[in-house]
Every structure is written in C-alpha cells, then in structure tokens.
Write a protein that binds this ligand. Structure first.
Ligand code: IP8
Length: 259
C-alpha cells in the first residue's frame, strides 16, 4: 500500500489566494492513473486555499473567541473546495478517487491525532477506491480546534493502514545540505539518516505562510513512519514523471529517509 502526499505548493499557486495549480493537478492525475499503483491513498495540503484563511483567523492557536468559528468553517470549506477540484481531475483521468473529509472522523489533542478509526477508509480501499484526504481544520479536545497538517495525516494513515511506502511530493527535490531557495550551492541528500539529522543537513523552513511547518516539519513528521519500518521518499512533484516513478518504485531523484 502506498500513501501519496501532494504538497500545497504543488496543487496551488501559493502566492495567489484560492488559485489551484491546474496544470500540476492535471499532470499528476495522469501520472497517478498511469502508475496504476493500488492500493493507494492520496493526501493533499492546503497551499493558497487552507493556509491564508487559517492564518487570518488564527485557527492553529485554538479557540479564543467566537469570531474564529466562521474562520474554522471557512478554513475547512476552502479545503473542501480544493479537494473537489483534485478529486474531479483524478476521476477525469480514470482514477476511482473518493473524497474523504478528515475533520468528520479525526479529532486531535493539542494538534496531534490521538485515536483514529480507519475502518471506513479501509473499506474504501478494499473496494478498489482511492481515498483522497487533506490537511484540515479539525476539532481538538484540549484547544477547541486545530490545523491538522497533510503530512501528519499521511504518516498516521501510513502507520495505521500498514503502508509499505509514503511518497511526500513537494516543490523541492528533497532534503538539501542548505535551503536551495536561498543557497544555489545547496546539495541534495539522497539518503538521510534521521539519527544523524542536524549534522550535515540544514533543513530550511519553507518560504511561505504555512501554519504547519515546511520541510523541517515534514521530516519530523515522517520520523514516525520511518521508525515503523515504512519507506519515506521525498520527491519534487512539480517535475514531470517523478511522482509516477516514485509510485512505481523506480529510481527517482529525491531523498529517502532512513532510520
Ligand atoms: O498544507 C494544512 O495542511 P498542510 C491545511 O499539509 C490547512 O500543512 C487547513 C491549512
């Protein structure tokens, strides 16, 4: 079983609020169809849909005042809208995609998923469908509500469903020796041992308004899956063919995370 996370910087134009990256979404839908890797679960990030709204209403900080309630709903609704676009493109490409709303069955405690009942997701997978979930605004037992990142969700789905591999697609090739957006001499690390993290790798924060943590957060989240023996591969999903190759288990430019 494979879990594919498509970052918000891949599926949206991050600098333009509420703008899907139609070209990337269409291409990736075709790559997913051509890879024909089943069972598969797709998770996508928020990009210029979820994040600007979550930031405006300070949703990640939890409930503070009543005006945040509409913001909580608007954040979720923005993600529903983006999910609708992605699911429709997948269906157009012939992938039996099925939208699953994380906030309707997942709550967090202090921003972390505690219990999660994957029964329905498992049933969908067994039926041959490709569940498509997303980072979402969720209820939280200690702070009222929280933002659940697509990365945390993808990793939790991987451990809970017993996945073989997680492919995390972003707009960079993988983990670099320095932030490639700031340093043109930065070198890609093809294999990153999590135990030596902080040594060679200086993982830059993503240069954007994400409320959930950029590349640093991605690697930290992935550690749970790596510890569970699941292969985690970071690839650049904005480059033609990389996601398809990663889904097929072929050699591809990227970073493999190791224990
Ligand atoms: O973009 C968070 O998911 P991410 C989505 O994967 C929202 O961090 C609702 C901001």
């Amino acid at each position: 079983m494979l879990i594919l996370k498509l970052g918000g910087s891949v599926v949206t134009h991050k600098e333009k609020p509420f703008t899907p990256h139609a070209e990337n979404i269409t291409r990736l839908a075709a790559e997913i169809a051509e890879a024909d890797a089943q069972p598969l679960v797709v998770v996508h990030g928020g990009g210029s849909y979820g994040h600007p709204v979550a930031t405006e209403y300070r949703i990640a900080e939890g409930y503070r005042e009543p005006t945040q309630l509409t913001g909580f709903s608007k954040t979720h609704q923005a993600m529903v809208d983006l999910n609708g676009i992605i699911v429709r493109r997948l269906l157009d490409a012939g992938v039996p995609a099925f939208a699953v709303s994380p906030s309707s069955f997942i709550a967090t405690e202090g921003g972390r998923i505690t219990g999660i009942d994957l029964h329905v997701v498992e049933r969908l997978i067994e039926s041959g469908l490709v569940p498509v979930l997303y980072g979402d605004a969720v209820t939280d037992t200690s702070q009222g509500f929280a933002i659940l990142s697509g990365d945390q969700l993808a990793v939790r789905l991987a451990t809970g469903l017993g996945a073989d591999r997680v492919v995390l697609g972003s707009d960079v090739d993988g983990v670099y020796t320095n932030d490639p957006k700031l340093d043109s001499d930065a070198r890609l690390i093809e294999e990153l041992s999590l135990s030596s993290r902080g040594g060679e790798a200086k993982i830059g924060d993503a240069l954007n308004t994400d409320v959930t943590g950029g590349m640093q957060g991605k690697v930290a989240e992935a550690a749970e899956a790596v510890e569970a023996g699941i292969e985690v591969l970071l690839v650049n999903a904005t480059v033609d063919g990389r996601v398809k190759a990663a889904l097929r288990g072929e050699n591809v430019i990227g970073t493999v995370l190791k224990r």
